[in-house]
Design a protein. Structure first.
Length: 266
C-alpha cells in the first residue's frame, strides 16, 4: 500500500478558488467534488473548468475527483472526459463489482461505500483489481438504512470496510464529520476512527484539517518508539523480546511499520 493522504478535503468543483485556502491550511489531499456540491445547472461548466484546470496545472498534493453517479448522464460524462487524464476517481453509489469492470484500465478508482447493498457486496467490490482504496459515505448510508449518524449506529459498516481493506491491502478514508462547529465531537470521532483502523478521514472545512492530523499522524515520541522497536527486532535473533516493558513479536512489528507508513518513513 502506497503513502496516502491523511486529510483530503472536499472542494466543490465549481469553486476552484478554494484550492489555495486548502493548501494554506496544510491539507495533504484534495477531493474535487462534481457530485453533491455542484448544482445540476452548473455541472457541465464545472466539469469543463475542472478538466481544463487539471490539464494545465500540476498540484503538489494528491488529488481525487468525485464524479457523479455512473447511473446518471452526468456521471458517464464525467468519466468519459477525465479518462484521458492520469487521475484518481472516487465513484459514488458503487454497489457491485460488475460496475467497476467498465472503468478504463488507466483510471485508479476508490469506490464510495454508502448503501446497504454496497456493504453486502463489499467482498467482491474490494477484490476488484482496478481499485486502490475504499471510502465510507456516512450520510447517504445513514439515510438509506434509516439510522442516525452516531458512531455506534454506523460502526458495523465502518468495520466491514476496514476488514476488506486489510484483506486486500487497500487504504481507507473515513467519511467527513458533518458538524463543523463542534471540535470536541470531531476529536471524538477521529479518535474512534483511527482506533478501528482507518488510514485517513476526509474534511469538509479547513478548520478540521489540523484536528484530523493530530489524531491520525503519529507523534514524535511514537515515531521514535516505532523506529527503535523495529531496529531492535532486526538486530535480535529472538522471535519474541521485551522492549521497555512491552512484549514485541511480529504482529507488533507490523503495527509499528503501519505507524511509520503514514509519514512514508522506512
Amino acid at each position: 500500500m502506497k503513502k496516502f493522504p491523511i486529510t483530503p478535503i472536499f472542494i466543490p468543483a465549481n469553486k476552484l478558488n478554494y484550492i489555495e485556502k486548502a493548501i494554506k491550511h496544510q491539507a495533504d489531499g484534495i477531493i474535487f467534488d462534481l457530485e453533491d456540491a455542484v448544482p445540476i445547472s452548473e455541472k457541465e461548466t464545472a466539469r469543463k473548468n475542472l478538466f481544463n484546470f487539471l490539464s494545465n496545472n500540476s498540484l503538489k498534493i494528491t488529488s481525487y475527483i468525485r464524479i457523479n453517479d455512473l447511473n446518471d448522464i452526468n456521471g458517464r460524462s464525467d468519466l468519459n472526459l477525465f479518462k484521458s487524464l492520469d487521475c484518481k476517481i472516487i465513484i459514488p453509489k458503487i454497489e457491485t463489482k460488475e460496475v467497476l469492470k467498465n472503468i478504463p484500465d488507466n483510471i485508479s478508482t476508490i469506490p464510495l461505500i454508502e448503501t446497504p447493498l454496497a456493504i453486502k457486496n463489499l467482498e467482491g467490490i474490494a477484490s476488484s483489481s482496478s481499485i486502490f482504496g475504499l471510502m465510507f459515505g456516512a450520510a447517504d448510508y445513514s439515510a438509506a438504512v434509516g439510522s442516525d449518524m452516531s458512531w455506534e449506529a454506523l460502526l458495523y459498516a465502518r468495520s466491514k470496510i476496514i476488514i476488506e481493506c486489510a484483506i486486500n491491502n487497500l487504504f481507507s478514508i473515513d467519511s467527513p464529520f458533518m458538524i463543523t462547529s463542534s471540535q470536541e465531537e470531531l476529536e471524538r470521532e477521529c479518535k474512534l476512527s483511527k482506533s478501528i483502523g482507518f488510514n485517513s478521514k476526509a474534511a469538509i472545512n479547513p478548520s478540521q484539517i489540523n484536528v484530523i492530523k493530530n489524531y491520525f499522524l503519529p507523534t514524535d515520541d511514537e515515531i521514535m518508539e516505532a523506529q527503535e522497536i523495529i531496529k531492535e527486532f532486526n538486530k535480535s535473533e529472538k522471535a519474541v523480546f521485551s522492549f521497555n516493558g512491552k512484549m514485541i513479536d511480529k504482529p507488533i512489528i507490523r503495527i509499528m511499520e503501519n505507524r511509520l507508513k503514514a509519514l512514508d518513513i522506512k
